[in-house]
Design a protein around this ligand. Structure first.
Ligand code: DX5
Ligand code: ZN
Length: 222
């Protein structure tokens, strides 16, 4: 599976979001990671489906993976399907009925992601793995950009990689939180194939150079 670099819009300049998204795609990003926070499931507030819809109307055709940090989550799924999400990822703690929530995403025509916080056990995955297209391992507690990478997440990646491989399904394994040029290769070695990076990309001046450096660092693992 090709490696994906997934810039998180959370670290972009929201006053120029359209431009920022265009620039990061031009610089070689594979997907746009769209962080949605509700000041309830996580202690922060970001953007909703109207903003995704505005990006689509602007002409953004690229793959957008929506990371929902909202509770309850079900009611917003239809809105994000309509707004043009390609992937919709949910936390098991954000729904009473995980199988139903993942089924709603799939039936709506999007790919479904399942997200694991540092304190969430991987035992949620096997019962629903047939519905899952992406496993997202959080390497920080969700809610904020710019936090430090939690090293135990590497063990989580190894565990997730083994479950994915034994399922035989083409599931992406994404890592999110504190990913930088100097630790991305550890995540790749532990089994990740998709790398969310917010501040590591948007806090630099030359997005193409930064994305290139992230890819070079991954290449050192193979
Ligand atoms: C955290 C978000 C992340 C965050 C990553 O709750 O899910 O996507 O924006 O930001 P960095 O890469 O700065 O840790
Ligand atoms: Zn995220």
């Amino acid at each position: 599976m090709a490696y994906w670099i997934c810039p998180s819009i959370l670290a972009a300049d929201f006053a120029r979001l359209g431009e920022e998204v265009d620039q990061v795609l031009e610089a070689g990003a594979d997907t746009i990671h769209f962080d949605v926070m509700d000041n309830h499931y996580v202690p922060n507030l970001s953007v909703g489906p109207l903003v995704l819809n505005a990006l689509r109307r602007r002409g953004v055709r690229a793959c957008v993976d929506v990371h929902l940090m909202v509770k309850p989550v079900d009611r917003l799924i239809g809105d994000f399907l309509e707004a043009g999400a390609d992937y919709i990822s949910v936390h098991p703690e954000s729904t009473e009925h995980l199988h139903r929530t993942l089924s709603m995403i799939k039936e709506g025509g999007a790919k479904a992601g399942l997200v694991f916080n540092p304190g969430t056990p991987m035992t949620y995955l096997p019962p629903v793995i047939d519905l899952v297209d992406l496993v997202l391992i959080m390497s920080v507690n969700p809610g904020f950009g710019g936090q430090a990478f939690i090293p135990q997440s590497l063990e989580k990646l190894v565990e997730a990689r083994a479950l994915i491989d034994s399922s035989g399904r083409p599931i992406r394994l994404q890592i999110d939180g504190g990913i930088k040029i100097d630790n991305i290769s550890d995540a790749a070695r532990a089994g990740a194939d998709s790398f969310v990076a917010g501040t590591a990309i948007f806090n630099t001046d030359d997005y193409a150079q930064t994305i290139g450096a992230l890819r070079d660092a991954i290449a050192t693992t193979s």
